[in-house]
Design a protein around this ligand. Structure first.
Ligand code: DAH
Length: 342
């Protein structure tokens, strides 16, 4: 628009230029230059006031039109993602390295646990997840640790102030799993269940010990089940998991809930040993044995007619061995450099 009055024409020029740089566009309507034009009206001779006033109104209308046009366009623009972790013009190699949602990966433990569950599924086992809070009965009593039993002290349990227990092993599930399947057993169906889950121990932490880790428990009960079945099942499991036959040894041990009880260790491949000692040669993987008659009885199962085996062992240790990971603490660290390798 053309303005005849020179003063108004000058202000129009200034304000139109300023409009582009103004962040909040409506501010232009409150510009001091515009207000001072209005205040000039009263200083003019009366016959000039109407024309001058009309021209200022025209300028104001023109500016209002620009503001309206701008906000219409702004609404049509795509909205800015205020959660974006970097400015859009950051050079690609200076951008933080993040996973986009379609590049996210499963935690290595999740992947390995799925593999392990799958191995047992193919061997005819059901999978039941363990609980993360339990009670004294399931942690100890139902597993044949009577009150005051010294072996209770072998488990450095975390307890809540009202006496509940963060399970120190997945064996807390044995009584539940056995009781729930007792009738099916009596109808002639063997009990075959694996129980993966998270467990907690008040341990001193180092490269092979964590306070929070995972175990997988296994239970098999039927008629005429013996230790030979136990060994065959574990052998199949380990060779399926590692994809090769590793040397294993079964040595006598003590658990109140199995009789006899054993500990199974596998031979570490040489490249994963820190030195030549016997200690470095063997990695204790799991505890196992024939289920104690008292444990079967407490679940309402007749130990004369039925027998079974059980085992329970750490999952992280298997994964450490499998992938040659040097420190168990990486799993809970949340470090992307570690996680990206899987
Ligand atoms: N719960 C034992 C532990 O964590 C391991 C274990 C040993 C589980 C023998 C079993 C078993 O089911 O039969 O130390």
């Amino acid at each position: 628009m053309e303005y005849k009055n020179q003063k108004i024409a000058d202000v129009a020029l200034i304000l139109k230029k300023r409009f582009d740089d103004t962040e909040n566009k409506t501010d232009i309507l409150k510009a001091i230059e515009l207000r001072s034009l209005y205040s000039e009206i009263s200083t003019l001779p009366p016959d000039e006031r109407a024309v001058f006033g009309q021209e200022i109104n025209n300028l104001k209308q023109e500016l209002e039109g620009m503001v309206a046009e701008y906000s219409e366009k702004a609404e049509a623009l795509p909205s800015i993602d205020v959660t974006a972790p970097f400015a859009a013009n950051t050079k690609p190699d200076e951008r933080p390295r993040l996973f986009t949602s379609d590049q996210g990966t499963k935690h290595p433990l999740t992947t390995e646990m799925e593999r392990i569950n799958d191995i047992f599924y193919r061997m005819g086992f059901e999978v039941v997840e363990s609980r993360q809070i339990d009670d004294d009965y399931h942690m100890f009593e139902s597993l044949n640790f009577p009150e005051g039993h010294p072996a209770r002290d072998d488990y450095d349990t975390f307890m809540t102030s009202d006496g509940l227990i963060a399970p120190a092993h997945t064996s807390t599930m044995q009584n539940r799993v056995l009781s729930e399947r007792k009738e099916a057993l009596e109808r002639g169906e063997d009990i075959r269940v694996v129980i993966p889950g998270r467990v907690f121990r008040n341990e001193d932490l180092d490269a092979t010990h964590e306070h929070t880790f995972h175990q997988i428990e296994g239970i098999y009960v039927g008629e005429g089940i013996n230790a030979g079945h136990l060994v065959a099942t574990l052998q199949t499991y380990l060779s399926e998991y590692f994809g090769e036959e590793l040397k294993a040894k079964l040595q006598p041990f003590y658990f109140p809930f199995t009789e006899p009880s054993f500990e199974l260790a596998i031979e570490r491949p040489e490249q994963l040993r820190k030195d030549d000692s016997e200690e470095q040669r063997w990695l204790e993987l799991l505890g196992c044995g024939m289920i104690h008659p008292n444990v079967l009885k407490m679940a309402g199962i007749d130990p004369v007619k039925y027998s079974g085996f059980a085992w329970g062992g750490g999952i992280e240790r298997m994964v450490l061995m499998h992938h040659g990971i040097e420190d168990i603490r990486h799993f809970n660290s949340g470090k992307l450099d570690f996680l990206r390798q899987f």
